[in-house]
Design a protein around this ligand. Structure first.
Ligand SMILES: [Zn+2]
Length: 362
């Protein structure tokens, strides 16, 4: 009788061992994974907190806490900024509405009659046509040198180990859906690409090394700039995206330098997400004091308070850093002028001049 049931008994024991070892293995893995999550930078948020924020266009959105650092600010778009759409009143189309500059909603309905009246008092259309024709003639003669400039720019980014890719999707899309191979296009044909060159050329190599191994995504879509601090597959955010910047139309050097300012700040100085280009870690404490924003942001303020170059730089410490970095390069003269009678602005200016730019001024 005992011998008859022995194989069954042994099988039961084996099953218990498998279940136990599985549970034990699971525990070991989760226990071991804790030290690897240990942060080498100061956490600024907890768990998977969510917090309202304002993006680089001053549009309100949301940011999420991942491994002790905030992802960039994102706002969910419902339409493309500037896009027209029919508006339906009492079941018939009575006019059109325009998507707001944040892409988060539409204007009130605009009735065609109002536009007609405006045109009667405005003789500018013919002037506009002339300007467009003139521009086209100039453009065709400049095409060749433009092509050469674009090729030179590609060689330059390669020599700086920066990846340049064209994309047909928006920041908003990439944030929620990640990227797939067919989202990528040849960057050479992306409109306004030379604006990106103009911006990046102005950053000294010694500072630009924060971009080493990173990507600049040049989008055909209209929108704003965005810094991809990392890809977060577990949170389904920015899946398959490389660290770097997404620059959207119209590409401008302001956008490029501002977004680079975030990379220098987050990765270069603060070492967020353990980036290997954390060369300026010794500036972290000083940066935290100089660029700290201690009051709530009021995007409708007509003028910035003392110590701030513009209203947007009061949004939070990260925007404070990126905006002043951008002004240091593109509006150096104005920055120096304002800093003459403003101790905090002078402190910010000197931080860039002495600690990052080794005395180089613009
Ligand atoms: Zn920004």
């Amino acid at each position: 009788m005992l011998i008859k049931y022995l194989p069954l008994f042994l099988l039961f024991i084996l099953l218990l061992v498998i279940i136990y070892s599985f549970i034990f293995f699971e525990k070991t893995v989760s226990f071991d994974s804790i030290p690897s999550v240990k942060l080498s930078y100061n956490p600024v948020c907890n768990g998977s907190d969510r917090s309202p924020c304002v993006d680089s266009l001053g549009c309100s959105g949301e940011r999420i806490c991942v491994r002790g650092a905030w992802t960039g600010c994102i706002n969910k778009k419902v339409c493309n900024p500037g896009e027209r759409s029919n508006c339906i009143e009492n079941f018939c189309s009575t006019g059109y509405k325009i998507c707001n500059e944040c892409g988060t909603g539409y204007s009130e309905c605009i009735h065609p009659k109002i536009i007609q009246n405006k045109n009667e008092t405005n003789n500018s259309p013919s002037l506009t046509v002339n300007l467009i024709v003139e521009q086209k003639i100039v453009n065709s003669s400049e095409n060749k040198s433009e092509e050469k400039q674009i090729l030179d720019f590609f060689k330059w980014v390669e020599s700086h180990n920066i990846r340049l890719v064209g994309v047909n999707k928006s920041t908003d899309y990439f944030y929620y859906n990640g990227s797939k191979s067919d989202d990528f296009l040849d960057a050479k044909n992306v409109p306004n690409i030379l604006e990106v060159a103009k911006g990046l050329y102005k950053i000294p190599d010694d500072i630009l090394k924060a971009m080493n191994g990173k990507t600049v995504y040049l989008s055909y879509q209209h929108g704003r700039g965005y810094t991809v601090l990392s890809s977060f597959p577990e949170q389904h955010i920015l899946v398959n995206m490389g660290r770097g910047s997404i620059i959207e139309q119209p590409l401008t050097e302001v956008q490029v330098i501002h977004e680079f300012g975030h990379i220098l700040d987050y990765h270069g100085i603060r070492g967020i997400y353990n980036d290997k280009e954390n060369h300026w870690a010794d500036l972290d404490n000083e940066r935290a004091i100089i660029f700290n924003v201690t009051f709530p942001y009021n995007p409708r303020a007509l003028a910035p308070p003392r110590g701030y170059i513009d209203v947007y730089s009061t949004a939070n410490d990260a925007e404070n850093f990126a905006q002043h970095f951008m002004f240091y390069i593109l509006k150096g003269q104005d920055f120096r002028e304002f800093a003459k009678n403003d101790a905090l602005l002078k402190e910010k200016y000197d931080f860039f001049k002495n600690k990052l730019f080794h005395g180089r001024e613009y």
